[in-house]
Design a protein around this ligand. Sequence first.
Ligand code: GTP
Ligand code: MG
Length: 183
Amino acid sequence: MLQFKLVLLGDSSVGKSSIVNRFVKDSFDEFRESTIGAAFLSQTVTINDNDSDVAQEITVKFEIWDTAGQERYKSLAPMYYRNANAALVVYDITQADSLEKARSWVQELKNKVDDDSLVIYLVGNKIDLVSNNNDDQDKRAVERSVAETYAEENNLLFSEVSAKTGEGIKQVFQSIAENLYQI
Ligand code: GTP
Ligand code: MG
């Protein structure tokens, strides 16, 4: 079994804990309390090793550090991203400021983590709040193409998800596992 350390970073209330909760417990809490310090959880995924002669499934265990986004905890973050194999940098697609915060986390990771094998995944959360057929209800504040272009330019993996409905959550962790396995 492979074991990887993963850290979540991003502004307060973007949904970091909700993403982890969806992935680990497959549940969602409408009134989740803001994280204090950090929370530790773990979960496994299985990937297929297609390169070997005999097809085999590999179990990948994630040790997950869900950090607190509130400003007063910012100085704790290096403890959690140090030695991390992967970082999920999360923003809320309905809050433009949260993408700016995400960019500054990406910059900090690139400056402080001198490890080219760190996989950084930019995640736009809360796509359930976006309606395709009613402009009045559309709360989107960050265009998908803007975040996607930024991610491409900075070599980040990228997707939009919803911790509330579960859309895209499993795939994020699955693709991190596959990426880390190839490194
Ligand atoms: P900190 O712990 O303060 O850093 O915040 P956080 O990033 O962990 O956010 P948290 O998961 O606590 O979610 C904040 C609020 O957003 C909660 O009320 C959640 O119910 C809500 N929320 C999280 N994910 C989603 C989502 O995908 N869709 C919607 N509609 N609401 C969400
Ligand atoms: Mg939290």
